[in-house]
Design a protein around this ligand. Structure first.
Ligand SMILES: [Zn+2]
Length: 320
């Protein structure tokens, strides 16, 4: 049997040792090159596009010769007003892309020796950078598998039997349970959404799947509506998982990764952030055979090209 990709030397092209050995200045240069790839890392004014700048090297800032605007390599990106050293930021990215099932923020804060809150916000910013490649707005084509899975809203049974309630009843539920509906191309991208019910997946398919595609779904009756738009293979999971090539195993493997991420690392996810974890798992799934050096560069590059995160900038200041 072929060697698993993650066991191969080809999967390892970046290490914490190499990041720290190269040091802070090299890490800073990496961010400059990713921010301004067209000038090989030379600063370009984000306000007027002028390539002529003064360098204020003591503060790692630039001043535009044209409009006198002062800026840094992270101005206007999700890393704006960061306090972490660039070398630690790069190390954090390396640690996160290496975690193929995600990782808990307690663990990241211990690895980096930073506050839990810092790790929490940083990881969510990086998930936004990953999500740019997941939520591209392009329709899916080829053969698409669709499925849904429930996350969150666990109701803990009472200690004594006499106090336990019927947890299936709506009146006893927390209202925090959500469904992740995922569409996955057999030969390509994974596209997850967070909904209240799996049946909403039909509308999502209408918006996100090309009319020339074909689809696969399980036996759930709400997927019957998909037959109006596409030729759909159905597989009845109570009888068989894969029936002569008819299966939803690709989308199930995405759910397996997301399930492992939520149960094994985060333990608890609130409905408002579930889409971030789903995007993170989809990104990991789609990049499962990409080496870790490339993954880190993708994340840095997306972060530097990304606008300032409205949701995460100053998050803890607002929450306090
Ligand atoms: Zn300028």
């Amino acid at each position: 049997m072929a060697q698993h990709f993650l066991l191969s030397a080809a999967s390892r092209t970046l290490s914490l040792r190499s990041i720290y050995k190269a040091g802070e200045e090299a890490a800073y240069q990496t961010f400059c090159e990713m921010r301004w790839p067209e000038t090989d890392g030379a600063a370009v004014c984000p306000r007027c596009g002028d390539h002529e700048t003064y360098t204020i090297s003591t503060r790692r800032k630039f001043k535009c010769k044209g409009c006198y605007h002062q800026f840094s390599v992270t101005s206007g990106t999700i890393f704006a007003s960061r306090k972490m050293d660039f070398v630690d930021l790069l190390a954090a990215i390396c640690i996160i892309v290496n975690a193929s099932k995600g990782l808990s923020m307690v663990q990241l804060s211990r690895d980096l020796d930073c506050q839990y809150k810092t790790a929490f916000v940083l990881a969510h910013k990086l998930r936004e950078a990953m999500a740019q490649e997941v939520q591209t707005g392009e329709v899916l084509d080829g053969h698409i598998e669709i499925d849904g899975a429930y996350f969150g809203g666990h109701i803990r049974p009472a200690n004594a039997k006499a106090n336990r309630v019927d947890r299936r009843l709506k009146a006893h539920q927390t209202g925090k349970r959500r469904v992740v509906v995922a569409l996955r191309e057999r030969e390509g991208r994974t596209l997850p959404f967070v909904t209240m019910s799996e049946a909403e997946g039909v509308a999502l398919a209408n918006e996100n799947v090309s009319r020339t595609a074909t689809m696969s779904a399980d036996e759930a009756s709400h997927w019957d509506l998909l037959h109006r738009g596409w030729s759909v293979d159905r597989v009845n999971h109570s009888e068989i998982y894969s029936d002569h090539g008819k299966h939803t195993n690709m989308v199930e493997s995405f759910f397996s990764r997301l399930r492992n991420m939520v149960q094994g690392q985060h333990h608890h996810v609130s409905p408002q952030y579930l889409h971030q974890y789903a995007n993170h798992a989809a990104w990991l799934e789609d990049n499962r055979r990409t080496d870790n050096g490339t993954l880190a560069r993708i994340v840095v590059s997306n972060s530097m090209g990304a606008p300032v995160s409205r949701q995460w900038k100053g998050y803890w200041q607002r929450a306090a």
